[in-house]
Design a protein around this ligand. Structure first.
Ligand SMILES: [Ca+2]
Ligand SMILES: [Ca+2]
Ligand SMILES: [Zn+2]
Length: 692
């Protein structure tokens, strides 16, 4: 994008803006020592560049004109970044807010990849990441209309046969469909659970950002958000994996991983393995969550999901010890993914919180409240083996009248404490990633992104905009601000993975891999990976234990549970919204309801807060302090459509900044939501100031 002189003149920067042509800046194609987010930055978002060679200054160069549009100093940020073992220099060009395409060059002569500044800069990243799930679909042809060159005929149409160790050994059972789990063609309920749960959470928390219906999948244009359609493809498979008594079979795979062949050529027998309570808990949770989110679009499907979730819960209630004992283990003839997990308390907790939120029923609330007290609270981000944070987040956000206010406050404080800890970790890191040395485990990229999901939830709860910035840093990390100055997402940026451990990409004869898939990333623990064993020695820094090689399954495989938080985070930032914007631009569907700025402001002791709702809705207005503690709930009732003025009295509060939040939810119907009033809750937050 070419910068006009008028745009350039908008830079209120006292630094020189010249038409200097930098000799040779385009020649640093390989081994770049300057790391930027290669997708880019929103116009108002913070922007940092990282370099490993000492330099005095850096310049931002317009790609179209080759002219310098910004120049500033670059300084030593970390003398020793533990994750990469390097000194890291950092420059700040946040004040550059003009849309365009740029590169950074340091005074040392190192150059970055090209990147874009734009308010829609992450649109392609979000759409590719969500479309990545479509490319994982099993049991249907991927047609050229949707899949382009990555088309292929339907695969695995004989799924599946009960394994000899399962309850119906040797019998066949139709469990076609769903997504291939990762680089292999297996299908695993546990890993599918957190993946679908994360996609549904994105839609539930930020419906306007995730409502697009034009992704280019078979269900585009049907009036249902494509993120829900894509989730439904997996949910339909879940329904086929449920036994008559409510339990869920653990997985459907071959006995050993298939060769690197196209899925339609994989004709080996695929087996359904025994039921498990981790799988049953995860499935109950996501089916219950789906029930309330699909209700406005398809009552029949929603009720089917809820019925399945209830029956899964009944199985869990009747089987209080983990099934199978000690957690699922592969039988002796089987070597596919084990997803070993000896603790099903978190999966049960998640099931209870989602069932409670959908139904409001006492039994689920009682179970949650009896169990959550002993659970660690937001001590870490969720992953497939521990979904506690998803369970807690749903309860914390509950709009059920019976939800326990003390529990919600406790959880809000715990989430806030978690977010504060992530800010600290970010500040300690050379590349501003929350992943510390020692935490570069298998799938480390998803660890950073799942932390970002919780940071965005923390922002939604507290209004602390720092959390949004740190969440954005995690997206920047996987898109280029890392020790390799590379993208970890196929088909995105100048320097993406080209040899992912992904059977279709490796066997389709097409040079470029299937796009939109995030690889696991650096893995300091190697996990038996011969490629990593060969390249890593005791001096290799944790964040550099990565190889863009097909054989490196432990650092370069793709997986649905890693793509899901990428969809969440890229999707959050793809809509126009600056990290500094607390409130109004957080708004989803502004025509539906509106929270206005209070007046007078600052005030003492009273102020007026006006808000508008469109449908007859449960309407909640709460006031929080900056630590996220609820200090007042002036409104909590069903209101008729209209504009309301509320007089808020702050005489009992100390001087300072507070947040006030409007939350509206559709009225409960048979399964939780009125089908006409839109989808899910809407939340809007603004600041007010008491001055005494
Ligand atoms: Ca659709
Ligand atoms: Ca678990
Ligand atoms: Zn398949």
């Amino acid at each position: 994008m070419k910068l006009s002189s008028a745009e350039i003149s908008h830079f209120r920067v006292a630094l020189l803006i010249s038409a200097t042509l930098l000799p040779g800046w385009a020649g640093f194609a390989a081994g770049r020592a300057v790391a930027v987010d290669q997708v880019g930055y929103t116009c108002v978002g913070p922007k940092f560049v990282f370099a490993v060679e000492a330099a005095d200054s850096f310049s931002v160069i317009s790609v179209s004109t080759a002219s310098v549009v910004f120049r500033s100093g670059i300084t030593l940020w970390k003398s020793l970044d533990g994750a990469t073992g390097r000194a890291v220099y950092r420059g700040d060009f946040s004040v550059l807010q003009t849309a365009g395409s740029y590169r950074v060059v340091t005074s040392h002569g190192d150059s970055s990849s090209a990147f874009t500044i734009s308010d829609t800069v992450y649109a392609a990243a979000f759409r590719k990441a969500l479309k990545g799930f479509y490319f994982q679909r099993c049991g249907m042809p991927l047609l050229p209309l949707y899949a382009g060159v990555y088309q292929h005929p339907a695969c695995h149409m004989n799924d599946g046969i009960f394994h000899s160790t399962s309850d119906s050994a040797g019998q066949s059972h139709n469990a076609q469909g769903g997504w291939h789990d990762a680089g292999d063609y297996g299908k695993y309920v546990v890993n599918a659970g957190i993946s679908v749960g994360t996609l549904l959470l994105a839609y539930e928390m930020f419906p306007s950002r995730f409502s697009s219906d034009d992704l280019g999948i078979p269900e585009s244009g049907n009036g249902v958000p494509d993120i829900l359609d894509e989730a439904r493809y997996e949910l339909e498979w879940f329904l086929k994996m449920q036994r008559a008594d409510g339990a869920f079979w653990f997985k459907l795979t071959r006995t050993q991983f298939e060769n690197f062949i196209m899925p339609q050529n994989d004709s080996g027998a695929r087996y359904i393995y025994q039921v498990s309570t981790t799988a049953t808990g995860d499935a109950a949770a996501v089916l219950a969550k789906a029930a309330r989110l699909f209700a406005p679009f398809n009552q029949t499907f929603a009720l089917t999901c809820l019925d399945a979730a209830r029956r899964a819960w009944q199985y869990l209630a009747a089987n209080q010890a983990i099934v199978p004992a000690g957690g699922f283990k592969n039988p002796s003839d089987t070597g596919t993914g084990e997803y070993g997990d000896s603790d099903d308390a978190d999966e049960r907790l998640w099931a209870s919180s989602e069932l409670f939120e959908t139904t409001g029923e006492l039994a689920y609330n009682t179970y949650f409240l009896s169990q959550y007290v002993t659970a660690s609270k937001f001590s870490g981000a969720m992953w497939w083996g521990d979904v506690r944070s998803l369970a807690l987040l749903t309860y914390l956000r509950s709009t059920q009248a019976a939800a326990d206010a003390n529990a919600k406050n406790t959880l809000r404080q715990a989430l806030n404490a978690y977010c504060i800890s992530q800010v600290t970790k970010r500040n300690d890191s050379g590349y501003q990633v929350v992943t510390a040395p020692g935490e570069y485990y298998w799938g480390s990229n998803s660890g950073a992104l799942n932390a970002a999901v919780l940071l965005l939830a923390g922002f939604a709860e507290t209004g602390e905009s720092t959390y949004v910035k740190v969440a954005a840093d995690q997206l920047h990390y996987v898109l280029g601000t890392n020790g390799f100055a590379r993208s970890y997402v196929t088909g995105l940026c100048e320097n993406p993975p080209r040899q992912p451990h992904h059977r279709p990409s490796a066997s389709d004869g097409i040079a470029e891999p299937v796009p939109g898939l995030i690889v696991g990333g650096p893995n300091q623990f190697r996990s038996g990976d011969a490629v990593l064993d060969a390249i890593i020695n005791s001096g290799t820094a944790p964040a550099l234990c990565y190889a863009d090689t097909v054989a490196s399954y432990a650092s370069n495989e793709i997986a649905i549970n890693w793509n899901a938080p990428l969809v969440f985070v890229a999707g959050y930032f793809h809509a126009v919204d600056g990290p500094d914007a607390v409130g109004e631009r957080q708004m989803d569907r502004p025509s539906k309801f509106l929270l206005e700025q209070n007046y007078p402001n600052p005030f003492n002791p009273t102020t007026k807060i006006q808000f508008t709702i469109v449908n007859r809705q449960v309407t909640i207005v709460k006031v929080y302090d900056l630590l996220g503690r609820e200090v007042s709930t002036p409104v909590n009732e069903v209101k008729e459509p209209g504009r309301y003025t509320l007089e808020f009295d702050g005489s009992g509060l100390a001087s300072g900044v507070y947040l006030y939040r409007l939350q509206v939810r559709p009225l409960d119907s048979a399964i939780g939501r009125d089908s006409k009033s839109g989808a899910g809750d809407f939340v809007q937050t603004k600041k007010l100031l008491i001055l005494k």
